[in-house]
Design a protein around this ligand. Structure first.
Ligand code: SF4
Length: 221
């Protein structure tokens, strides 16, 4: 079984509590206006990797981690592969919690097909809903006001204080698969522009707001 993977980063602190490995899958059927990851909406943007190989890669990471964040793209568009990945990883790292972003709603996934419900069963915290530009999020992990945080498991309930204490507009830096700098996190447009300017990063749709001569980069959450 294979997964269309776009990128991995670790340790990431801007996409959930503690130190995490973030997994970006390629491909999303939605087209939210203002999506900050247009470069990975096509599943062709990613590379195919065997799920067992990716699981081994995650288990070999040589830094202590608290959990995994699944994002993209749309994780539920590859539900079977991700459900298998989580089964393999959690067998060896039962203390890892799982946080997932989805452009669809929890209600939709509860009525999803068997593999989508199997993936849902393995998720502790789901941040759901499409991105709606111009409606700022009300939680550090939501990009727009329609999105909600769902604590789906008893473990998620224990994470609530840490989730609520996450800083607003927190970001990490990483590298994209093309070797560009990447800004990782749920950062509102004004704060993103400030970060782009401060770090001299240039992203195509914000070129008019960034200094010339900056380094090309991609934004991710
Ligand atoms: S659901 Fe997320 S990845 Fe998909 S189009 Fe909307 S913002 Fe972009």
């Amino acid at each position: 079984m294979e997964l269309k993977l776009y990128n991995l980063a670790y340790p990431v602190t801007a996409l959930g509590p503690g130190r995490r490995v973030a997994v970006w899958v390629a491909g999303c059927p939605l087209r939210c206006k203002g999506c900050i990851t247009p470069h990975l909406l096509s599943s062709d943007a990613g590379k195919s990797i065997a799920v067992s190989q990716l699981a081994q890669r995650l288990l070999r990471l040589a830094v202590p981690l608290d959990g995994v964040t699944l994002t993209g793209g749309e994780p539920f568009a590859q539900a079977e592969a991700l459900a298998t990945l989580l089964r393999l990883v959690k067998a060896e790292r039962p203390h890892w919690n799982v946080l997932t972003f989805s452009g669809f709603t929890l209600r939709q996934w509860r009525r999803g097909d068997t593999t989508q419900r199997q993936l849902l069963q393995q998720i502790d915290v789901l941040v759901d809903g499409p991105y709606v530009a111009g409606r700022p999020g009300r939680h550090p992990l939501t990009a727009s006001a329609n999105q909600q945080l769902h604590l789906l498991t008893p473990r998620a309930q224990t994470l609530k204080p840490a989730l609520d204490a996450l800083p607003v507009n927190s970001a990490n830096l990483g590298l994209s698969p093309r070797g560009e700098d990447c800004l990782i996190g749920i950062v509102d447009p004004d704060a993103r522009r400030r970060l782009h300017r401060g770090l001299r990063l240039t992203v195509p749709d914000l070129e008019q707001t960034t200094e010339s001569g900056g380094r090309p980069h991609a934004d991710f959450y």
